[in-house]
Design a protein around this ligand. Structure first.
Ligand code: HEC
Length: 196
């Protein structure tokens, strides 16, 4: 409060409402409106450096550009090319999982703006490391079986594509989409002799 009074007095002096000679009575009656304007003006003046700093940091951040490339892919290695992959499964994976688990990520415009670009590049890198459906042919059969089983489980529990589907509603899975993934997992499981 003390600060506030001192500040108002200072602003009054600046505005020429109050004389600087200290104890002398103010020369002019203080208009409330004018006082309010000076107080608001003071707050604006204090916020300005913060706003400027924010803009400078935001602009500088744009120069830190993460890798947002889609690596070259041998189409014959992709899950789409594997014998026995149903069209239905391909469609679901392309639509709902491909942005994070393939080499064919669609980078939207906001993926070029920091800090969203950093988050998305990080997520895609982690996603591709976990499962890359574009490199399916490189996984040994046992790993494919496990990854499909996990895909079924994660999709059923709503963990995949998870909160991403709120940002991109077209990636949302219907009950039938989940069943398509789980059917593929069961098929591979049966093929492996049901060894589980
Ligand atoms: C927004 C990005 C994103 C989308 C979309 C997405 N995932 Fe993931 N997924 C990840 C990330 C990141 C990980 C790694 C999680 C970790 O390391 O903790 C992961 C991990 C996985 C794993 C590894 C096993 C596990 O449980 O951790 C499977 C399987 C998987 N995802 C399947 C899918 C399927 C199937 C879809 C589509 C229905 C999908 N994901 C959609 C980001 C995504």
């Amino acid at each position: 409060m003390q600060c506030r009074i001192a500040e108002i007095r200072y602003l009054e002096e600046q505005a020429g409402i109050r004389s600087t000679s200290g104890d002398a009575a103010p020369r002019l009656p203080i208009s409330r409106r004018r006082l309010r304007i000076s107080v608001v003006g003071g707050a604006m003046r204090r916020l300005k450096p913060i706003a400027v700093a924010f803009i400078v940091v935001f602009a500088a951040a744009q120069f830190v550009r993460p890798e947002r490339t889609n690596p070259a892919t041998d189409p014959s290695r992709a899950i789409q090319a594997q014998v026995g992959t149903s069209r239905g499964l391909v469609a679901v994976l392309d639509r709902a999982c491909g942005d994070c688990h393939s080499n064919a990520t669609v980078w939207p415009w906001y993926a070029h703006i920091a800090p969203v670009s950093w988050l998305m590049a990080y997520g895609v890198k982690k996603g591709r490391n976990a499962v890359n459906f574009s490199e399916w042919g490189a996984y040994p059969p046992e790993q494919r079986r496990i990854l499909l089983a996990l895909s079924c489980q994660d999709a059923s529990e709503g963990k995949m594509p998870g909160p991403y589907s709120r940002l991109r509603p077209d990636t949302r899975l219907s009950a039938q989409d989940i069943e398509t993934i789980c059917a593929a997992a069961r098929q591979v499981d049966a093929h492996a002799g049901g060894s589980r």
